[in-house]
Write a protein of this length. Sequence first.
Length: 424
Amino acid sequence: MEITRQALYEALWSTPRKELATAWEVDPNANAITYASKQHNIPLPNPGHWTLVSMGKSPSQPVLTGDPEETVALEGKIRKPNKKKPTPDNPKARMQRAKTPNRTSPPASEPVSANQSPAMSISETLPTVRKAYKTYSSPKAAHDYKYQHVLPGSADVIRIAVMPAMVERTLLLMDAILREFQRNQWKIQIPSERDRSKNSLFVDGVEILFTITEHRRQERVKSERRWTTWEYRYLSTGTLRFQFGTGSWMHEIKDNKRKKLEERIPEIIEGVLEEVARVKQVEIDRKNRERIERLESRLSDLVRKALHYNNQCEQRLNHGIAQHEEALRIRRFVGAIRETSCPDQRSNEREDWLTWLASKADTMDPIKNQGSLDFSVPKDLVSHVSSMIDSDLDAYSPLRELDLEASISKIVRRIDLQDSWKYR
């Protein structure tokens, strides 16, 4: 069957693929339509699209790009390869297989050590896994009220969060992961003392929390207690997720279409090692940051001294200008009085007073007394602080590790902010 890209695009977003496959008489599982759409870059509806449509919502629809008139060929029914029926496992069949010689040897595979061989049944697993299976698979096991996963029956059981149907597979997977942890000589704590809903793994002194959970599908249903309200029911999807991290942030490796978690154990080990490296780097960065803060705290004392020195220079200047202006004001006052007449009987008193004022102005005026002036000038903060560090290397040599210009600028902003709040 052949169809244009535009027609296929419109059909995909108006009718579910399974209905299209039935109407067009192609692969009933819609694999042919899906494959052809991906090959010709035709956007497909996301999972849950038709559920949202049935609820009266309008999900976003991407625009078709490319040539809309290009022809797309849809193949007929795709034949699935015939699978050999499994050999019945009963005493008669086992006796028959024992009598029949094995004419063909199985294909060679990678050598696997005894402690790496995955357990095929719970009876072959580690004792901690067998104990967990006993409590999780018990008919009396309690279930979580909301998500309906099985709850552990005792305090020292491996922590997982899956529904009853997934317990056996989850614990077989956990057994393989725990064996890999043991092979790497990593300490395991079940459950974790820090978070009782998870297990702990210690690698090079770093504690990593881990567990296996099941991805659940949410279904909205009418409440059985009140017909006007809705409730949510959670259903098993069969998709497992290995979650690990430090608690504040959890990473996740899960089943996908290409690989199950049982095939992704090397990725799990690599992910754990990467998380340990990240945690160590965060700790190194934290210690470096705290060390820089301690150095900047010591540097702030020198910066305050340099700022005080510059402020003293400014204050002396302002004081000298104020004294000079006061002296000029007094002299103008004396001149104004001399220009006016005075009664003869008080002329001597006036002259003595004006002489005292003129002397006071001369004593006050820094221009008349330059020997008492301090000619110190403000200094550049960075160069001044650098000189103070160089003058006492025994006490301040670690401060040389800092970027002085950036650190001094940050300290000055902090001091200005503190002063602004102080005088509010």
